[in-house]
Design a protein. Structure first.
Length: 210
């Protein structure tokens, strides 16, 4: 069955986020060493053991992925043209794992898809992160919300429209190579805002991974 993305602020989007939260809860139960666990997926994006311990993401006694996994950990691409294609592949794999987990839940739909956060709708309220990520409890008002982070542990919950620009997309140089091919400092500061200009591709999942 084809998957259809819906606006996170819609009724259908709320339903999708409710299933998403349940699936995230299941992935959080798995150890960091499990490649389908919430924390392993986060470690692919970026992993600093001491920093994760300091933020109570893992305990100092938790097993970490073996050295052989270093080739897939801390691979997040920023400040280069590769930002968008890398994250596209990353989110595809991430969505597939979440979708399989949702389907395995009692009554879970087999057409679940990540909803998108349309912060360019023109409605100032849509600049705020969807409420599913800031509510301590699930929609039933009883169960703890796996997506919730207390204010002191989460990133900004609103966007400034001035952050959104496309100029960095014109620069095709890498930052990972030395010399004149390194990306200019002024472009490094605009590459992430540039990515935010494509709301149909940017979805709220990564906001709860930090």
């Amino acid at each position: 069955m084809p998957r259809v993305r819906v606006d996170a602020s819609s009724v259908a989007g709320g339903t999708m986020l409710n299933w998403y939260a349940q699936a995230v809860g299941k992935l959080m139960e798995k150890p960091l060493t499990d490649r389908t666990s919430w924390r392993y997926l986060g470690a692919i994006h970026g992993f600093v053991r001491d920093g994760w311990i300091a933020r109570d993401i893992i305990e100092d006694t938790d097993a970490v992925p073996p050295p052989g996994d270093n080739r897939v950990l801390k691979q997040c691409q920023h400040a280069t043209w590769y930002f968008l294609p890398w994250h596209r592949g990353y989110l595809h794999a991430f969505e597939s794992i979440i979708a399989a987990t949702v389907k395995a839940l009692p009554g879970g739909p087999d057409d679940w898809a990540l909803p998108y956060w349309n912060y360019l709708s023109g409605d100032p309220d849509d600049l705020e992160i969807p409420a599913a990520f800031t509510a301590p409890k699930m929609a039933n008002g009883v169960d703890d919300n796996p997506l919730y982070l207390p204010p002191d542990k989460r990133p900004h919950t609103d966007l400034d429209a001035n952050w959104i620009k496309l100029d960095a997309m014109a620069n095709g140089r890498f930052t990972s190579v030395p010399g004149p091919r390194a990306l200019a400092a002024e472009s490094r500061t605009s590459i992430i805002p540039a990515a935010r200009s494509a709301p149909s591709k940017i979805i709220p999942t990564t906001l709860s991974m930090y």
